[in-house]
Design a protein around this ligand. Structure first.
Ligand SMILES: NC(=O)c1ccc[n+]([C@@H]2O[C@H](COP(=O)([O-])OP(=O)(O)OC[C@H]3O[C@@H](n4cnc5c(N)ncnc54)[C@H](OP(=O)(O)O)[C@@H]3O)[C@@H](O)[C@H]2O)c1
Length: 312
């Protein structure tokens, strides 16, 4: 048990820093609900899938490869269906969308959990910086591809991060999406998480049915595989002191499960959550014009990628 959970007060809903995904969903039946979790094979995604399935939901668990998704799905009890979804490869995302659409029924939640963090050097794919492409564009393709399958009360949940506050001025460097005018491991991770937040806000504005919602969240800081690129002293300090200060994966998955399932959140949309409560993002993450611009730029990128796949 970390020290911090005793210091930070719980929110008015009784949940807070130390609440686990099981606690936040205690007594809830998700029988008859279908939900999709990206990055189901590790860290928060695995725990999120486990608890949703424990509560009776049918969970599509996606991972970079079908083998990874299968392994994760087999490791949890309940009704799960593994799917491959490599977010940095549009053909894989499209195949995932098609596989979901081949099944009957609607989706009650799409939890965009997968992500990469703080790549030490600039890496690109399809001409775009890899964290922006994986964390934002991959999920943009997935969610917009599946929107017609979102149920009347369906929820889109974007795993952002408090690290969105480290994004460049204005949030998104639209003239530097390939990183060629400058790259920073944390700055670009921050930008990708800023994009997750803006995407939820703009999607919330665009959803057509009143019961649907799109929200973003910061899960807390948790010692998962996400930290793999953190080297040296900071990694060693995290390993040694982490148990005192960081959340466990069970606590880290709580806000995702809360936002995806809590009946009290019906009609709550376009918000940013942390510790299972509404929180305040960086001020410019509320800028509607930037959110709209990001959506339009993402649509253009999606069209460009689709054209590219047709011509190959
Ligand atoms: N942990 C934290 O402290 C923290 C803090 C703030 C926000 N978050 C956010 O929480 C989310 C979950 O992170 P985590 O801590 O659970 O990390 P994790 O244990 O590293 O899990 C990340 C998941 O994303 C998957 N993934 C990575 N690249 C992918 C790609 N190209 N296509 C498809 N899937 C991909 C990983 O697959 P592989 O296993 O195959 O790599 C893994 O399943 C992330 O979005 C992260 O930004 C985490």
């Amino acid at each position: 048990m970390s020290l911090i959970e005793h210091i930070i007060p719980k929110g008015s809903n009784g949940f807070g820093y130390g609440t686990t995904a099981e606690q936040v969903s205690a007594g809830l039946s998700l029988a008859g609900k279908t939900m999709l979790v990206t990055g189901c094979n590790s860290g928060l995604g695995l725990e999120t899938m486990r608890v949703l399935a424990l509560r009776g939901a049918h969970v599509f668990g996606t991972a970079r490869t079908l083998d990874k998704a299968k392994g994760a799905c087999e490791s949890v009890a309940g009704h799960t269906s593994p799917l491959a979804c490599e977010l940095a490869e549009p053909s894989s995302v499209r195949a995932c969308v098609n596989a979901v659409k081949q099944q009957d029924g609607t989706l009650d939640a799409i939890i965009c959990n997968a992500g990469i963090m703080a790549l030490p050097r600039l890496q690109k794919t399809y001409g775009y910086e890899l964290q922006f492409f994986t964390n934002h564009i991959g999920h943009f393709l997935l969610v917009t591809g599946l929107l017609e399958r979102l149920s009347d009360t369906g929820r889109v949940v974007m795993l952002s991060s408090a690290a969105h506050a480290g994004a460049p001025r204005g949030g998104i460097q639209f003239d530097n999406l390939d990183g060629s005018k400058g790259y920073g491991a944390w700055k670009n991770y921050g930008q990708s998480k800023f994009a997750n937040l803006l995407f939820a806000k703009e999607l919330s504005r665009r959803l057509t049915r009143p019961g649907q919602s799109a929200n973003a969240l910061h899960p807390g800081v948790i010692n998962t595989n996400l930290l793999r690129h953190m080297g040296g002293i900071s990694r060693r300090l995290t390993d040694v002191l982490g148990p005192l200060f960081l959340k466990t994966p069970e606590q880290g998955a709580a806000t995702s499960v809360y936002v995806a399932t809590n009946p009290g959140l019906t009609g709550v949309s376009g918000q940013y959550f942390a510790d299972c409560n509404i929180a305040r993002p960086r001020a410019d993450a509320n800028d509607d014009a930037t959110a709209k611009k990001l959506w339009e730029v993402s649509e253009k990128i999606a069209a460009e990628l689709a054209q590219r796949s047709e011509s190959t």
